[in-house]
Design a protein around this ligand. Structure first.
Ligand code: OGA
Ligand code: NI
Length: 319
């Protein structure tokens, strides 16, 4: 089997630029995932983020999670649980407006460090979007612009811990899904694995690696690239004996951004009726996704297409 795509981002500055762009292209076309090293975010900052995240979990989240497990009687389940995930999470929003100051129980230092980390990740996300543009033959800035809407992109971070789970085969850390948004940057535990992606009908481990950042593509990139790049199903399997930390940052379109396939990536012959992908307002997609996250993406695209054609034929339908 081929190896999980690893990209040394520093090589973009030297004579291996072309080869590195090719690995990125192959990863986008065939994996929907890749792992970055030498991405420019300081290892010291990452170490601090990790330390403070783990401290915060132990101080403020772990006990609450154990109580939840006890209340729901999850320790002794005998059959598969399909309506919840074995995770303890909280969510920080950075763009269009930060909510970090409103999140309870965070130390000042942790707030400050997460703001700094988010700023670095935001820059990295925009750099990556331009690399994708280059590989796709789109003008520089195309994807960033497509995500802009009236208030700029959405950027947020989901901080997760996957505590030791007595029945990892019956309760998933996080059930299989594709991500709804644009590009996702994941700082995952460097020792405890658990993230898997679906490739050719097989679940493949995303290898933990110290100071790396795992990238994956969401449904909006699939729509804008007209399916040249696809969002890929992934899930988290909790471990029985160890806690796994993961910090996933989502660079998404703004709520009112209108998303549709880039015209230069649509085959000339395709007419309006056999477009593979719909055109929609991103927040409408998110409303649909909220209820269908753990299902296949195709029905979501179909539902958005149905809405689109209703809008188009509106006056006829009501005549
Ligand atoms: C997600 C996700 C993976 C992880 O939050 O959408 O896929 O490793 N997270 O936590
Ligand atoms: Ni995900």
């Amino acid at each position: 089997m081929e190896n999980f795509p690893m990209i040394n981002l520093e090589k973009l500055n030297g004579e291996e630029r072309g080869a590195t762009m090719e690995i990125i292209k192959d990863a986008c076309e065939n994996w929907g995932f890749f792992e970055l090293i030498n991405h420019g975010i300081s290892h010291e900052l990452m170490d601090t983020v990790e330390r403070l995240t783990k401290e915060h979990y132990q101080k403020c989240m772990e006990q609450r999670f154990k109580e939840l497990v006890a209340t729901k009687g999850l320790e002794g389940v005998q059959t598969e649980v399909n309506d919840l995930d074995w995770e303890s999470t909280f969510f920080l929003r950075h763009l269009p407006h930060s909510n970090i100051s409103e999140i309870p129980d965070l130390q000042d230092e942790y707030r400050k460090v997460m703001k700094e980390f988010a700023l670095r990740l935001e820059k990295l996300a925009e750099e990556l979007l331009d690399l994708l543009c280059e590989n796709l033959g789109l003008e520089k800035g195309y994807l960033k612009k497509a995500f802009h809407g009236s208030k700029g992109p959405f950027f947020g971070t989901k901080v997760s811990n996957y505590p030791p789970c007595p029945k990892p085969d019956l309760i998933k850390g996080l059930r299989a899904h594709t991500d709804a948004g644009g590009i996702i940057l994941l700082f995952q535990d460097d020792k405890v694995s658990g993230l898997q992606l679906l490739k050719d009908d097989q679940w493949i481990d995303v290898p933990p690696m110290r100071h790396s950042i795992v990238i994956n593509l969401g449904d909006q990139i699939e729509v804008i690239t007209n399916g040249k790049y696809k969002s890929v199903m992934h899930r988290v399997i909790a471990q029985t004996d160890r806690n796994r930390m993961s910090i996933a940052s989502f660079y998404n379109p703004g709520g009112d951004a209108v998303i549709y396939p880039a015209p230069t990536l649509v085959e000339k012959e395709a007419n309006e009726n056999n477009n593979l992908y719909p055109k929609f307002v991103f927040e409408d997609y998110m409303k649909l996704y909220a209820g269908l996250k753990f299902q296949a993406k195709e029905p979501r695209f179909e539902a958005m297409k149905a809405i689109e054609s209703n809008v188009n034929v509106g006056p006829i339908a009501t005549a």
